[in-house]
Design a protein around this ligand. Structure first.
Ligand SMILES: [Zn+2]
Length: 225
């Protein structure tokens, strides 16, 4: 029997692709929602279409141009994506991105009579993205439920919020996630750059669980062996 309907916010990266497979494993009837916010790494929009098509899932791309706000290396081409040090990743924070995306998902859900939303922040995200913390999502659930145009209980599922990227990856391998189809690089490169904070975090997670990342990289290949 088909389960509850849910919207999975899906970027094509490793965390949200694993999230998608987790929602399916929990027997939700899933629609995927991807945000085209005019991000620098537009290549991720190809990944979402390939993965959603492979799973035969309804797939919506919602356009919102956050370059009009800027303030982040992902939405302002004048700001360079940091590729060397671990520090300095704050510049990749898109102001209130998670707040905006969850709110838009709830708005779209209202038109589809879907109250369940899956969103994929992982434990490490808390360090730079303040709107990735569970108390924030609890508060947002309440606000969205109060603010919707009819009585509904919006639920934002964040199953990775207390899990590290490596733990999510381990779960993903159990679920058979095709990580070769996911996209992670903030520079939007294919092969991936291997240097940006996003690539580094991905490579570190694979290294931690002792598995090889199936994605091709421009650099650091030797370091991974
Ligand atoms: Zn990269």
């Amino acid at each position: 029997m088909a389960g509850l309907r849910a919207i999975v916010c899906f970027s094509g990266g490793m965390d949200s692709t694993t999230l998608l497979y987790e929602a399916l494993a929990q027997n939700y009837t899933v629609e995927t929602l991807t945000f085209d916010y005019n991000q620098r790494h537009r290549i991720e929009l190809e990944s979402v279409q390939i993965i959603a098509a492979r799973l035969g899932l309804p797939h919506k791309i919602l356009k919102i141009d956050l370059t009009q706000i800027g303030g982040s290396a992902l939405t302002d081409l004048k700001i360079e994506v940091p590729v060397q040090a671990e520090q300095g990743q704050e510049i990749t924070v898109v102001p209130l991105r998670n707040t905006l995306f969850c709110t838009l998902a709830a708005a779209y859900g209202e038109t589809q009579a879907i109250d369940e939303i899956f969103y994929g922040p992982v434990k490490e995200d808390f360090e730079v993205y303040r709107d990735c913390r569970r108390p924030f999502f609890d508060s947002l659930e309440e606000s969205l439920s109060l603010g919707s145009s009819y009585e509904r209980a919006v639920k934002i599922h964040t199953p990775w919020a207390d899990k590290t990227k490596a733990e999510v990856l381990r779960r993903g391998f159990e679920l058979g996630v095709p990580y070769n189809l996911t996209h992670t690089c903030y520079l939007g490169m294919r092969p991936a750059c291997g240097k940006c904070g996003s690539c580094r975090a991905r490579l570190a997670a694979f290294a931690e669980i002792g598995l090889r990342d199936p994605l091709p990289y421009q650099t650091m290949v030797a370091d991974r062996d």
